[in-house]
Design a protein around this ligand. Structure first.
Ligand SMILES: [Zn+2]
Length: 381
């Protein structure tokens, strides 16, 4: 068979070369259009049909490539964006795939443009004409910021694959669950005044003290009430992350801000968390109406657990000859799980993700190609 796309290394190089940084800082945030166009061309050259969608009100795109028809099949999913990089900490060019010490260095080598290079390589070497069920490839935008790419995808898609694999760097371990993440900021607006007379103002630090007391009761409630033995820390955690308030020693503090995060386990939803916070703070909010402002920080991710009901976990465990396990980092899995059983399995280690001189070890090359090959044969032939 003549190869329709460049070699594995050439493809990998070309994917790393195009910057696709997602950032909440608008000055750093980049469009992923050129990357999506290149990826689409590769899959198109392998006879896939391509559907690219722009995420509303952004310059970001999702790609859905498909070959084969009918129900079921396999969806291989990854995000097209990377985090920003620290210029001073990198010793290599982040956008040049550099081979050294039996590793591929570059921004996105493990997290997770490399996964697409593996998929393209495997598909270019198999007899694609013989598939009986569809193969879908999804490349999402903005995973590293607000996950708007995957959220847009699940809202608009009608596909129903039998199984979804997200190729995040799990060191080729099979992941079936992870905790979620949600963070809040509470602002208390007091009234300043000279400290010699406390009645001159309203001290926001004192109000915040009552808020913190209530939040710590909620923290204990999480630990007592919720449990999931798959996790090394088997309960939802709450961390009071940052507090700021006050200035001069003789001034009543007017503004006090507290930031905190909660990491729910499966079984505790983001809506339940919101209700519990409101319940716990209800009396304080009533007493100090118009002085307490709660807002969510960043984008939240629900906890995720792949359902055992439809046997997908068992099929994959057998296929990979591995027991599936849980992880602590967040992925797009809780969103994709809404359309089909979703597991996380990909080359490279999470230890290298978001780090200077990010790399993928050569030792992953053979086993990754083998497992992608097996997945396609299991679900699409
Ligand atoms: Zn990632």
């Amino acid at each position: 068979m003549t190869r329709k796309i460049p070699s594995f290394i050439q493809v990998y190089k070309s994917l790393i070369k195009i910057p696709t940084i997602s950032s909440n800082n608008k000055l750093i945030d980049q469009s992923n259009k050129n990357f999506i166009d290149l990826l689409s061309n590769y899959f198109s050259d392998l006879d896939f049909s391509i559907n690219n969608y722009q995420i509303p009100h952004t310059n970001k795109f999702n790609m859905l490539a498909c070959i084969g028809s009918g129900n079921g099949g396999l969806l291989l999913s990854g995000h097209s964006d990377t985090v920003d990089f620290d210029e001073n900490a990198w010793t290599k060019d982040p956008f040049t795939l550099t081979e050294a010490d039996n590793r591929f260095y570059g921004l996105g080598t493990v997290d997770m443009k490399g996964f697409f290079a593996f998929i393209l390589d495997v598909i270019s070497t198999i007899n694609i004409k013989k598939i009986t069920k569809p193969i879908y490839i999804l490349a999402t935008a903005n995973e590293e910021t607000d996950m708007s790419g995957v959220k847009h995808f699940i809202k608009s898609t009608i596909i129903k694959p039998d199984c979804i694999i997200i190729g995040e760097p799990t060191s080729l371990k099979l992941i079936n669950a992870h905790k979620g993440h949600v963070s809040y900021s509470i602002e208390v607006l007091g009234n300043t005044g000279h400290s010699s007379n406390p009645d001159n103002g309203v001290n926001s630090i004192e109000i915040m003290y009552h808020i913190i007391k209530s939040l710590l009761i909620l923290q204990k409630h999480f630990k007592r009430k919720y449990r999931h033995q798959d996790f090394s820390i088997p309960y939802p955690t709450m961390n009071l992350s940052a507090i700021h308030g006050g200035d001069a020693i003789n001034r009543i503090c007017s503004l006090c801000t507290l930031n905190f995060e909660i990491r729910p386990i499966p079984g505790l939803t983001l809506t339940q968390i919101e209700i519990l916070i409101k319940e716990k703070l209800e009396k304080i909010i009533k007493k100090w109406s118009n002085r307490i402002f709660i807002k969510k920080l960043f984008s939240s991710v629900p906890a995720y657990k792949c359902s055992y009901k439809d046997n997908t976990i068992q099929i994959l465990e057998k296929l990979c000859q591995l027991n599936s396990t849980s992880e602590n980092y967040c992925t797009e899995a809780p969103f994709l799980e809404k359309i089909a059983p979703t597991l996380i399995l990909g080359p490279g280690s999470i230890e290298q993700a978001h780090q200077p001189d990010e790399y993928l070890s050569h030792s992953f090359i053979r086993p990754t190609k083998k497992i992608i090959n097996k997945l396609i044969h299991k679900f699409c032939y």
